[in-house]
Design a protein around this ligand. Sequence first.
Ligand code: P1T
Length: 379
Amino acid sequence: MKFNTKTIHGGQEHDKAYGAVMPPIYQTSTYAQTTPGGHKGYEYSRTHNPTRNALENAFASIEGGDYGLAFGSGLAAIDAVMKLLKPGDEVISTNDLYGGTYRLFTKVFEDFGIKFHFIGMQDPEVIASYVNAQTKLIWVETPTNPMMNIIDIKACAAISKKHGLLLAVDNTFATPYLQQPLALGADIVMHSATKYLGGHSDVVMGALVVKDKSLADRLYFIQNASGAICGPQDSFLVLRGIKTLHVRMQRHCENGRDVAQYLSSHPKVEKVYWPGFEHHPNHEVAKAQMKDFGGMISFVTKGNNYQEAIRIVERLKVFTLAESLGGVESLAGHPASMTHASIPKEEREKTGVVDALIRLSVGIEDIDDLIDDLRQAIG
Ligand code: P1T
């Protein structure tokens, strides 16, 4: 089955009771048993729920994996991955990543004795130089949030395979429409399904997909034991969202390209971060591992002025100033004070997250309205 068919049918079967084309929302916490242990495969909804299972099968299908797991948020999914580790273990992570992920790593898991190395991952030799006997996991976000750096997944997989490590890729920005980390050698794909997979800014959810059965078993155990699952109604909504992922992503990419080109030609714009530019430092890797370049763009205006950035995001009318990304509507954010405020200023400035940086999640509205809005806001 090709990708555009998988988004609609992948892992799905019609409802056995009435043939409903969409899976029913099984709004139940428990399931009747005829005798202790005598049930139809479902005993309690933290462990399994048919609507959630339908979604988990869809996750596995679109990511080209064998096992999917759905969580109550993207961070809950990351939390489950970290619980594979033990005190003393080390993680090599990109230094340019979602602020909430950084906060979870440094403010929660460091207290449990996990050591994190936050590094620039553009050069695979630099990654390899951090591997030691304690290293267990390489954590990659690509494109990175919010600087749109591209990390070579195949190169990371070569390092992780050589040293027997796990490679996890946060595929939130790219989605499986653009990039398939498991096919490139990753062991775990993670999503904030809140974003493009849900696609309509109405659900908070996380996802993991793996191929390996024993890894899946460990993650299912953690999912059930820790309990950070999502509910059936949200599962239904994300399953519905996935069915249009390919058409939405196509338009996100088209609009993203036009917005990136408009911004880069604007006399008041200093720098635009978007992996589709030939001069983007990792453009060749992006071209090799992604089908297109997505709808996420960051930029700074000339003078690198904080007040000016705030004025621009306040003046936008079609773009909404808000946290999050990946919905049908365009959003604008100010990473330094919003999504990345939990990263200390000196750390975030090292990766380019300056106070003047603006991040756009380019939606699927009419491109003329988006460009007009940016024109009036930037002035
Ligand atoms: O918000 P949640 O569903 O828990 O997902 C966390 C998360 C993980 N990974 C990436 C790459 C993310 O962008 C996020 C959430 N990000 C935002 C809310 C944001 O505006 O960047």
